[in-house]
Ligand binder design. Sequence first.
Ligand code: DMJ
Length: 488
Amino acid sequence: MHSWNGYKDHAWMRDEVSPQTGGYQDSFSGWGATLVDSLDALIIMGLDDELELALEALNKIDFTTTRSAEVNVFEIIIRYMGGFLAAHDLSHGKHPILLTKAEELGEMIFNAFDTHNRMPQMRWNWSKSAQGEEIQPSSHTSLAEMGSLTLEFTRLSQLTGNPKYFDAVQRITNELERGQSKTKIPGLWPLFVNAKDLTFDWSQYSLGGSADSTYEYLPKEHILLGAQTDQYRNMYENAIETIKKKLLFRAMTKDEDKQILFTSNVRGLKGGALHGVQYIQDHLKCFLGGTVGIASKIFNRTEDLSIARGLTDGCIWAYDSMPTGIMPETLEVSPCAEIEKCPWDEGKWYEDVLGQPIHSREHLERAQKQVEDEGLPPGIVGIADPTYKLRPEAIESIFIMYRITGDKSLQDAAWRMFQSIDKVTRTKYGHSAIEDVRNPLPKMSNKMESFWLAETLKYLYLIFSEPNLVSLDEYVLSTEAHPFKRPS
Ligand code: DMJ
């Protein structure tokens, strides 16, 4: 309510409230991103008066124009389309405006697919389309942006009965499926794809930003399609087997009994060899535990459940390691030689911090100084980006793993995270991203993205609610935590 009220009083119908100063920012075409992204959270939390107010405002959103030169198709779809459709599903179709607005948005954004090969121009120059000029997809399209429109478009087709939205995303899936075995690391796709010529030659691979939700949507789309096809299952299985072989690693930590798992960033060379492996964990990668957990259930891959747990524990460990109790945006860790056994080795940690073998007292002192200067907790060898942007991925995986396993220690971890986040991010008009999780009194960035209300707080709320509130047997949650009704 504190964050919502800040938005309501200082940024109503704008995209985001500026949580320190009380102004506003229009980062997503200015159609009221926080308002629409929060609709289903208001329903889930039983905030009926707030919902009424929000519903009344929807009529005033005009999707026919925007001040932004480019429309970010991915962000608009996951935040706005996801928000409308989930609120529609959760309120059992009680408010016709929700589907009306979803369709209005779908009609408008459909024009971004009007290209020579039907692949969307993801940063859409809408005024060109409006003037009847030709548009083309980019030869440098983010994999995540292109591959994660499936859930929203499929649900829109299911609800409206108009198959054109499903058709549009199915074409993307078919191309991704075709390309999956032809990349430098067969089974995975590079971070950027050439959507213009439909080639997949880029050499950088990661499961973090620019790739993440394409992998997340493989099992989720399988669920939304009621398991009517094996396409997504096959694509997921190819991907996860490759991830396990090439990217998955265990981090060396002082708690040797806990398997802390992460995935690396690599460059793929022709012929499948790896180059320049980086043991980097971004906060964005924390979605993976939940995705592997869901897939292990629906595809009956029981052997993967412990991997899902290890990945989730990795993010919990990263939160617990920092003085604020919050994981940074990007950190680097010491990898273990093998997954099964990993004794703590202080000397190896210092070597990884320094990036060279320790041969002398001087080397050791340099490493120790670096640890002190950079505030590196044991096991962490670098913090490239110390910010926290109010992101949800860690709590998302904790929530999913809690719903799957019922392990109450996951609720405890969520509660620690909630208290830590609340303590250092609270501002006069909401909650703000912070600049350095190593500082117990961090500077604020005056930024509250709509996913704070749509995802982070929703997952926190749900993990402390009964499991029949948004049951995962009835709903599948989008990458922006919007629940869509599963086919019965
Ligand atoms: C959200 O908008 C979505 O979860 C997206 O898939 C990735 N990043 C943000 C939250 O961090």
